[in-house]
Design a protein around this ligand. Sequence first.
Ligand SMILES: NC(=O)c1ccc[n+]([C@@H]2O[C@H](COP(=O)([O-])OP(=O)(O)OC[C@H]3O[C@@H](n4cnc5c(N)ncnc54)[C@H](O)[C@@H]3O)[C@@H](O)[C@H]2O)c1
Length: 292
Amino acid sequence: MSVNMSKWAQIAKENVHNRPAGNGRLAGKITIVTGAAQGFGKGIAEELYKEGATIIVADMNLPLAQQVAQEMGERACAVAVNVSDEESVANMVAETVEKFGGLDILVANAGVVRSGPLAEFERKDFEFVTAINYTGLFLCCKYAAMIMQAQHEADPDAMYDIIAMSSKSGLEGSNKNFAYAGSKFGAIGLVQSFALEMTAYNVKVNAICPGNYLDGPLWSDPERGLFVQYLQAGKVPGAKTVEDVRRFYEAKVPMNRGCLPIDVARAVMYCVEQKYETGQAIPVTGGQVMLN
Ligand SMILES: NC(=O)c1ccc[n+]([C@@H]2O[C@H](COP(=O)([O-])OP(=O)(O)OC[C@H]3O[C@@H](n4cnc5c(N)ncnc54)[C@H](O)[C@@H]3O)[C@@H](O)[C@H]2O)c1
């Protein structure tokens, strides 16, 4: 490992009271959002930026991340990261401290899906999903913890947040989508365990479990989106058009629509603003999944 993290932890410690300007409920909060070049991550990053946070748009797709950061404004910058690669994650955190002086919020949002029936599913696809959604979450939390623990030493009253993007598939099984569901259940296991350890450093660790983002690229992409794929695969009985497939999925939600980035961003705001909850998995599903 060529990144000298103790150097960056020391710099974060020295800068704990030195935060970028910004107005709003998250003024000054230095925030990494992984997978923020598109989808939920982009929407979360934009909302937090509007609330005064400084944003690191961290994504594997650097050109798109740069475009997103530029459109947001001067308190945003793009960083290239592959969350499944330890050196790359260390670099992301080091670059954040180098540029802005510390780290207050990690939104570990980057994630991928590979689905298929059990008897046909390839081990490489299983490992691909696990490496990004599960191991990648561990790596991002590990390097964020190094900085947050150092900052805690310098300012024991300050609170920090780690927020992991799980899914409604982290709360109940998902048919022919077990690699994804397993990784998202696993994310909640990590979150609960990190939460127990990190209270000692005033770091809250929570998970958010969104419902389907039906308007997002994963579902709505006209060529590769799940609506088109499910229509072609005949997964929805009687469906003749993409709209039929869409209505079928909307009808599963008591509130009758898909989850939107603003819904998830509001849950992120809740995680940060409340001061008495950690280790939770918060559903944002329009009533589709209810906790016991
Ligand atoms: N879309 C949904 O319906 C839905 C529902 C529940 C939970 N989620 C979760 O929300 C998160 C975001 O989902 P989305 O639908 O917005 O995804 P998306 O595919 O639209 O965007 C994911 C982003 O992550 C980036 N990325 C992928 N692999 C990466 C890696 N190894 N390192 C860094 N960046 C990487 C991609 O470049 C992309 O910009 C994921 O964790 C997903 O599992 C999504």
